[in-house]
Design a protein around this ligand. Structure first.
Ligand code: GTP
Ligand code: MG
Length: 202
């Protein structure tokens, strides 16, 4: 899929104030600093669409970006940010929960995982939460430029094992990405395109 237009629409903390357009949307979630905003910029070819920072906790709101006038990308605050209270850190802000549980247009969520790290409880619990609530998601392993391919393969194999020993019968669909090396762009956009096509047939 070609990105013809990508524009910021609105930021807010209230799911009821999100855009009303009945078009599919795709949300990016994961630990603070995992690279959500950078990935949005990379796949849209707009380096400053979503705000990024080396300091965790940059994205604080629900941010809607309209793509090709046909679908939304949504940049969300991260979880696991050490400077918020323990309660918020282990769970996540109420407005994010409202977003996931109430946003009808949400076609797929991308859960971003830093490919360098072993499976973390907070990510596994978050994916279980999505599963329990019937919210479709895929995984994106980010920052692949930071490790060797052999290490990446080892980490993903470990992740698969951990998930299938736990709550999952099979590993959910996953992508690998690097915002710095523009890796994963085509795969993620093709996947979104396919879902858009499938939804348009309903
Ligand atoms: P919050 O909004 O704070 O939750 O963070 P975020 O998940 O949106 O992360 P963001 O995109 O702001 O990136 C965090 C840091 O990681 C920035 O310094 C980025 O430059 C860096 N980063 C993001 N993606 C990549 C990547 O693929 N490779 C490398 N090397 N650095 C990356
Ligand atoms: Mg961000």
């Amino acid at each position: 899929m070609k990105i013809k237009t990508a524009s910021f629409i609105i930021s807010n903390t209230d799911v009821n104030k999100c855009p009303k357009d009945a078009i599919p949307e795709y949300a990016f979630i994961g630990r603070s600093n995992v690279g959500k905003s950078s990935l949005i910029n990379m796949i849209t070819d707009h380096s400053r669409l979503a705000k990024t920072s080396g300091t965790p906790g940059k994205t604080q709101l629900i941010n809607h970006f309209k793509i090709n006038n046909e679908w939304f990308l949504v940049d969300l605050p991260g979880y696991g940010y050490a400077r918020v209270s323990k309660k918020l850190r282990s769970g996540f802000q109420g407005f994010i929960k409202d977003y996931f549980e109430q946003r009808q247009q949400l076609a797929c969520t991308f859960v971003l995982i830093d490919c360098r790290h072993e499976p973390q409880k907070i990510d596994l619990e978050f994916m279980e939460y999505l599963g329990e609530n019937g919210i479709p998601f895929s995984i994106v392993f980010t920052k692949t430029d930071k490790i060797k391919l052999s290490e990446l393969n080892k980490n993903i194999a470990f992740y698969k094992r951990k998930m299938t020993q736990g709550a999952w019968e099979e590993m959910p669909k996953y992508f690998i990405s690097s915002a710095s090396a523009s890796e994963g762009k085509k795969e993620i956009l093709d996947y979104i395109d396919q879902i858009n096509v499938d939804l348009s047939k309903l």
